[in-house]
Design a protein around this ligand. Sequence first.
Ligand code: BGC
Length: 406
Amino acid sequence: MLFGSATAAYQVEGAWNEDGKSENIWDRLSHQEPCVIAEPMVTLYHWDLPQKLQDLGGWTNSLIVDWFTDYSRVAFELFGDRVKYWFTINEPDSICDLGYGVAKLAPLSNYSGYSDYLCSKNILLAHAKVYHLYDDEYRSKQGGTIGIVISAPWQEPESEEHAEAAEEARQFKWGIYANPIFSKKGDFPEVIKQRVAVKSMIQGFPRSRLPEFTSKEVEFIKGTSDFFGLNHYSSALIYRNESVYGYYNQPSLNDDTNVISYEDSSWEGYYIKIAPWGFYKLLTKIREDYDNPPIFITENGYATLGGLEDHDRIKYFTQYLDAILDAIEEGSDIRVYTAWSLMDNFEWLYGYTLRFGLYEVDYESPERTRTPRKSAYFYKQIVRTHTLDHLYEPDMSVPLSIDEGH
Ligand code: BGC
């Protein structure tokens, strides 16, 4: 009897393109279709900026472009052998608008109408620089894929006469990030450049509050995402509201948009309104406006105040996944869906009150016990079968284990 322990070249060696070695079928598969292989997905920045950098101005200081690049290099060096999906920045509009504009997220700064746009410019440059870093120095060695995550609600005109207003609202909300990266022309959307310039003039500023990109920067940013990372939760209705600071009282991105946004009171849902038709419209728009990019849906989910029998969350996921299927049938290239969220967590300014988890966390227990909600069983069924059974009734008496290989 001979004993040993076995391994195989591809499974341990790496160095796939060293010393004249040519590409093999596993190199091709794992580099071109990383989706078929189980591996982690990593977001480099999901809002936890070191306070010391915030003290220096945070995302309004243009030096952050280099700080973020230095940090990303460390992450690529340390983890790039294992991580094949990189997301540079999660939800630039939350960071800039909510963090620097209307003070709803840290750092709760409200120099709106100026620092929020400065933040947008620096975020786009920082993202692009990190994309180029990965592309130039790491992609050939590590074979991963990298992009940005943009958060977009669907903004629906209240009536046909507000169609233009709704389209402008979309540009101010997320086109401000999508256009520079995904459109053929690049740069901030024209409507934003013109509107902010005119409003700034009326408001007595010596120049537009919107910083400009040089033509070199426009080219540098254009095309810097391998996919369209998308977070989507719900929709809103839009109507036109021309004001100089009528409604908002001070210069701000919201004031510049010249619209009012609200949710229809007839829509179902507690904190998140259930409006799946909006998701379908959003996915269609991204397909049509940006030449059908691969879409990675990185967040989509529903909040409750707790409880294991979360039928509303199941309804939400069923209807939103249905909307995704409709978009796929019409040609959208949707490759990834990750539900928000695995378990209840710290919901920013809402603390531990709003609960997004498939798993409930008992914050009172020393172990912070996690218990699967009904939606966890439901979601497992979807992941296992890749089908959406509207009548599926999860059996919560069967233990749910993540060790079952699904
Ligand atoms: C954010 C998450 C947040 C979730 C629910 C997303 O915009 O990326 O951090 O918990 O929304 O509000």
